[in-house]
Design a protein around this ligand. Structure first.
Ligand code: SF4
Length: 357
């Protein structure tokens, strides 16, 4: 009798996924639109958090066309709380580009390069759309996949280095089968999310345990290897709550940078002035401010310790402030509570507003 062919890494994972993987996620359909939206939401965000946002987003923008035709403010309002708002702006811009593509060609882009050329779509997202949304060959190598691979092959190199990234992409490409790349991608994502988890991998349940070097070495959580991050500095800021009667001043943040395009209280961070306009606004009202609640918000490069500073202004000051903001080309609105509720705001600002009553 001939010895049976050993099962490949992909065979073992796909068989495991069919029995034990996730099959009921709302974006698990062979359609590029939901796959793309979910992939963008899942960048930096856990499935459990994304589910509610995804349902609400798709209820409001059920098709590519509804998203492409929606005002950006509406898209940002449905993204508020998910963070990394450039993702929402790119999603909106790309929806318009995809709609044009469909008008011209009758279809979604069909190649990896075309997808990667669109705003906000990186190599792994493009691979996921190809494999899961279009049932073509596509490779994913996101954080979950990188964790599985560094453990399975006991890769000692610093995960943050470009050379490690290249190596992991090469491994992911070599391991992805040409015929079932969608099923393989789903299996890798499921394994990383449910079995080979960051802090407590369940190696006993793992379909590739027999060949996993990190398991054999007895310390899977030692992988991936990372150089120690430097401590984030803390910057203190005032969030100016300027009221005229029941109207509160909100300004729109510039598209580039923190909370890009969202409506916020004007901020003044003495150690890190972001906008000369906001700094000058602070100076206009500084002597009349009353300090209130604080919160700490962690961003990619620093921690922001924000304290509300309230001031009531009369009609003349309102006019002066509005004129100054227009001169500094800052979009502003004096909004009552009903209007505030319709504007896309970062979650940290919503929390600060709640403390103002
Ligand atoms: Fe991860 Fe353990 Fe499976 Fe290795 S055996 S891939 S460490 S869950």
């Amino acid at each position: 009798m001939l010895p049976s062919t050993p099962l490949t890494f992909a065979d073992r994972l796909i068989a495991w996924q069919q029995k034990h993987g996730r099959h009921n996620l709302p974006w698990q359909v062979a359609d590029p639109y939901p796959v793309w939206v979910s992939e963008i939401m899942l960048q930096q965000t856990q499935v459990a958090t994304v589910l509610g946002y995804y349902e609400r987003f798709m209820a409001r923008f059920p098709t590519l066309q509804t998203l492409a035709h929606a005002p950006l403010d509406d898209v940002l309002a449905h993204w508020a709380g998910l963070g990394y708002y450039s993702r929402a702006r790119n999603l909106h811009q790309t929806a318009k580009a995809l709609q044009n593509n469909i008008k011209k060609t009758g279809n979604y882009p069909q190649t990896l390069d075309e997808w990667q050329a669109l705003a906000g779509i990186g190599r792994s997202t493009a691979g996921a759309i190809m494999a899961l949304g279009l049932d073509r060959f596509g490779v994913i190598c996101d954080g979950n996949v990188k964790r599985v691979l560094t453990r399975h092959f006991a890769i000692d190199n610093d995960i943050k280095k470009a050379t490690t990234d290249r190596l992991l992409w090469q491994l992911a490409t070599d391991l992805t089968p040409h015929k079932k790349s969608g099923q393989f991608a789903q299996a890798m994502m499921d394994l990383g999310a449910t079995v080979c988890t960051r802090n407590r991998p369940s190696c006993l349940l793992c379909p590739v345990q027999s060949t996993c070097l990190a398991h054999q070495l007895g310390d899977p959580t030692a992988y991936p290897k990372k150089s120690k991050p430097s401590k984030k500095p803390t910057h203190h800021a005032y969030a100016l709550a300027l009221y005229h009667q029941d109207q509160l001043l909100l300004i729109r943040r510039p598209n580039k940078g923190i909370w890009g395009g969202l409506w916020c209280l004007p901020m003044h961070t003495p150690s890190k002035p972001e906008s000369l306009g906001e700094q000058a606004l602070y100076e206009l009202v500084a002597t009349n401010l009353t300090l209130g609640a604080s919160l700490c918000h962690t961003l990619t490069h620093f921690r922001w310790h924000i304290t509300t500073a309230t001031c009531c202004v009369g009609i003349d000051e309102l006019k002066t402030i509005t004129r100054c903001l227009q001169k500094w080309q800052i979009d502003c609105v004096w909004a009552d509570q009903k209007t505030q509720a319709t504007l896309g705001k970062p979650a940290a600002v919503t929390k600060l507003l709640a403390t103002l009553g």
